[in-house]
Design a protein around this ligand. Structure first.
Ligand SMILES: Cc1ncc(COP(=O)(O)O)c(C=O)c1O
Length: 412
């Protein structure tokens, strides 16, 4: 009997009972009656080539220190095939523990203490925490009302950044978490032009790059004109669900090679050898599995659209071009949004609609207010789950919002 496409969809392989046996934060932060659609973990089994690589290592006891450039070579092959990046610079790539630690280490190379780091909110909350913890100052250049990069806001933020300190940087999220916008080549080239004009170094977080859905195309920042002195941080972590297997790559543009050479040797001690093996296998041999996943995510994106229309007509959204995250505007639900003073924070902080959906629907989402300016009143929903869980979650959310609607509250 032939295997149908649906049988091969990684998002339908695991039952809720199996998932609840997981011990990662997605499954353990909330009680078992909660459907967790918050943190960016996927409800998929490991891709077979990744599981095989790990199994081989465990059988051999190959659990020592990492060596060599296999991870960068695997990423180079993937980048050439998927993104048309023919001359991926293996020689200007270095292992870092994970993407966020890589961001911090690269910022230490290109900025000094107290310097400004520009971010485009709403954006992945650790961009605030890690930058601040590294003794740099976050400056916001909010996304435009079309959810895309706002070049005028960036121009202004870059100008302000120069008054804060001598060596500012721009921490780009490409593709963008939480909106799922995939920046176009022309937008990125305009960023590079602005950055060069203001003397701002660009650090591009490209962790979601393999997760670009049908209809969009990913452009690696380092391939756009004028990006020679930039850095990119890449890993297989989001696409192949490997967050627990630490290993990422920092990649330098040609004019950043001297900066990369100053990366302290001890940074390469952070990634785990098992992580390196897993990420290498993902980029080298995990393409067919990724394609099945992307089909499943594309179908879930469409399903989410119909579920929202049916159960939450007052919630608006723009289907993401990439990632498995949906950024839902809940400002018309009539739920009081966050108290003044709330701001970017810990990913699991809850307020406003996310608090309501947890309390009343038993669905855990990420609360918009922790994503910085423009996030209050939104929630981020992770749709890397089965259609059944997605359907149940949005149905429950719909019921909770009806129970909370002003008319119904008046009846109570
Ligand atoms: C944009 C972005 N960067 C970085 C990370 C975290 O990556 P890592 O665990 O490799 O630090 C995430 C996780 O969701 C993310 O969305």
């Amino acid at each position: 009997m032939s295997v149908s496409a649906d049988d091969r969809n990684p998002l339908t392989r695991l039952t809720l009972d199996q998932l609840r046996r997981r011990t990662s934060v997605k499954w353990r932060l909330y009680p078992p009656d909660v459907l967790p659609l918050w943190v960016a973990e996927q409800d998929v089994p490991l891709a077979p080539p990744v599981a095989d690589a790990l199994r081989r290592a465990v059988e051999l006891g190959d659990t020592g220190y990492s060596f060599g450039t296999a991870y960068a070579e695997a990423l180079g092959g993937f980048a050439a095939q998927r993104w048309g990046w023919a001359d991926f610079p293996v020689g200007r790539s270095t292992l870092v523990p994970d993407v966020m630690m890589g961001v911090v280490e690269v910022l230490r190379l290109v900025t000094g203490p107290g310097d400004a780091v520009v971010v485009c909110p709403p954006v992945y909350p650790p961009f605030y925490a890690f930058v601040t913890h590294a003794d740099r100052r976050v400056l916001e250049a909010p996304l435009g009302s079309d959810r895309r990069l706002d070049l005028a806001a960036l121009d202004d933020a870059f100008r302000r950044a120069r008054t804060v300190g001598d060596r500012p940087a721009f921490l780009l999220c490409n593709p963008h978490n939480p909106t799922g916008v995939v920046h176009r080549g022309d937008e990125l080239a305009a960023v590079a032009e602005l950055a060069a004009r203001h003397g701002v170094r660009v650090v591009s977080d490209e962790i979601h790059a393999p997760l670009v859905l049908a209809g969009a195309r990913f452009t690696p920042y380092l391939t756009v004109p004028g990006a020679d002195d930039a850095f990119a941080l890449v890993s297989a972590s989001k696409a192949w669900n490997l967050a627990g297997l630490k290993a990422a790559l920092a990649v330098a543009g040609p004019a950043a090679a001297a900066d990369l050479a100053r990366m302290p040797e001890e940074v390469s001690h952070g990634p785990s050898h098992l992580g390196v093996l897993a990420h290498t296998a993902a980029f080298r041999d995990g393409g067919p599995w990724l394609d099945l996943l992307l089909d499943g995510l594309d179908a879930n994106r469409a399903l989410l659209g119909s579920l929202l229309a049916e159960h939450l007509p007052d919630v608006s959204w723009h289907p993401p071009e990439g990632t498995y995250l949906a950024w839902l505007d809940c400002t018309r639900l009539g739920v009081p949004t966050e108290a003044p003073g709330d701001g970017p924070g810990v990913a699991s902080d809850l307020a406003g609609p996310a608090r309501m959906f947890l309390d009343d629907a038993r669905v855990a989402l990420s609360s918009g207010h922790v994503f910085g300016a423009g996030g209050a009143g939104f929630v981020r929903l992770n749709f890397a789950t089965s259609p059944a869980v997605l359907t149940e979650a949005v149905t429950r959310m719909g019921r909770a919002s009806v129970d909370r609607s002003p008319g119904r509250r008046g009846e109570a």
